[in-house]
Unconditional design. Sequence first.
Length: 224
Amino acid sequence: MPTVLIVGASRGIGLEFVRQYAAEGWTVHATNRAGKSDQQPAGNITWHPLEVREQASIDALAAALKGQSIDVAVLCAGVMGPRTMVPEAIDRTAWADVLAINTMAPLAVAGAIRPNLLLGSQRKLVALSSRLGSIACNETGSTYIYRSSKAALNAVWRTLSIDTRGDGLICTVFHPGWVRTDMGGPNGEISPEESVAGLRKQIAGLTMAESGRFFNYDGTELPW
Ligand SMILES: NC(=O)c1ccc[n+]([C@@H]2O[C@H](COP(=O)([O-])OP(=O)(O)OC[C@H]3O[C@@H](n4cnc5c(N)ncnc54)[C@H](OP(=O)(O)O)[C@@H]3O)[C@@H](O)[C@H]2O)c1
């Protein structure tokens, strides 16, 4: 069975990815900040500690995975940050922190696990973005910090897809839907189970033709 790496799997969508891939018999590497999970889904799961803001932590993950093939990597770790920031009161510290987690960390992780993906047979590198990061879809304003962090992630993933063409990496960003997690809240439109079932179906069908593109969890393409 293939091997998947799920980054940011302590709860929410990441934990559900671990549950579903493990239940299907995949070999799962999962990260969270504690290096273990309170919830222990059944299956072949190895937990790794990872604080995505720290390059040393990313380097330690790369060292732990050295020589092991990874077919699919799904980068889920993300934060919303303050939603209410206004132009009259910029919170530079909070904004920088969200950019570090949502934008810089996925690229740093991608660089660290590239050798593992090259050993794998699927070479799929997926990052969870958000519809809120779509500039074209933005009709409602607000949420400057999160929107800009995910718009920048989209730009980063598109760039990565071009720069890794020679490696045959498939670099795709997905909106997981509005999901009932700690981030999405109780009014979200879908459960983590529905979101991840849809995302896994889309990931399974990814080819180079979908690299450098942005999709909803149901396969609908989203505009940048
Ligand atoms: N839920 C939605 O409706 C929705 C919609 C669009 C996009 N998304 C995106 O989907 C992804 C997953 O969201 P979710 O709803 O599952 O969120 P969540 O329930 O809030 O979980 C966030 C995950 O990210 C991890 N994380 C945060 N900061 C981290 C850091 N510095 N280092 C390592 N891990 C860190 C958290 O770990 P800890 O437990 O250690 O904090 C947790 O595992 C995010 O990228 C989010 O932006 C979600």
